[in-house]
Design a protein around this ligand. Sequence first.
Ligand code: IMP
Ligand code: MG
Length: 165
Amino acid sequence: MISENEIKKKICETSLKISRDYKNKKLILIGILKGSFIFLSDLSRKISIDHEIDFIAASSYKGTSSTRELKITKDIELDINNKDVLLVEDIVDTGNTMSALIDLFKAFRPNSIKVCSLIDKHERREVSIKVNYSCFSLEKGFIVGYGLDYNEKYRHLPAIYDLKL
Ligand code: IMP
Ligand code: MG
């Protein structure tokens, strides 16, 4: 559905915007594991300004249906107080994961919190959240590859594929 080249091109554009917007700020990228690991590593290497990197493992998913419960299995390790947090996600679907994470991180009083998602998927959105940087927009469907999985499979695929169930 989305080729390696298209992904590469969009990541260059997005990281350019981020490098401009966060100039003179204390940027910290927080990747939501596991889905964002490939996206974050490519994005980070194209960002031209200094930044810190951390990860949180959180999921609200089983198979293709959201359980709505946020489970944190690995917390961040860096201090985000007074930093400019950019949450890096593979795909925002219902929005439940992202909105719960934003609420959680707000408690540590960062300077700002914004969202960068490889894919912004609209059909099943339940909570209105602002995706500040999104590489691709998707109306509906279930996709895999480039970090995105179906029951832990297909994350390694270099491009993005539509999963026919
Ligand atoms: P949300 O809380 O419903 O927004 O859940 C977002 C999470 O669901 C993402 O981080 C993915 O792990 C997973 N997810 C949602 N849609 C897809 C998809 O099309 N492919 C793979 N994972 C998905
Ligand atoms: Mg995920």
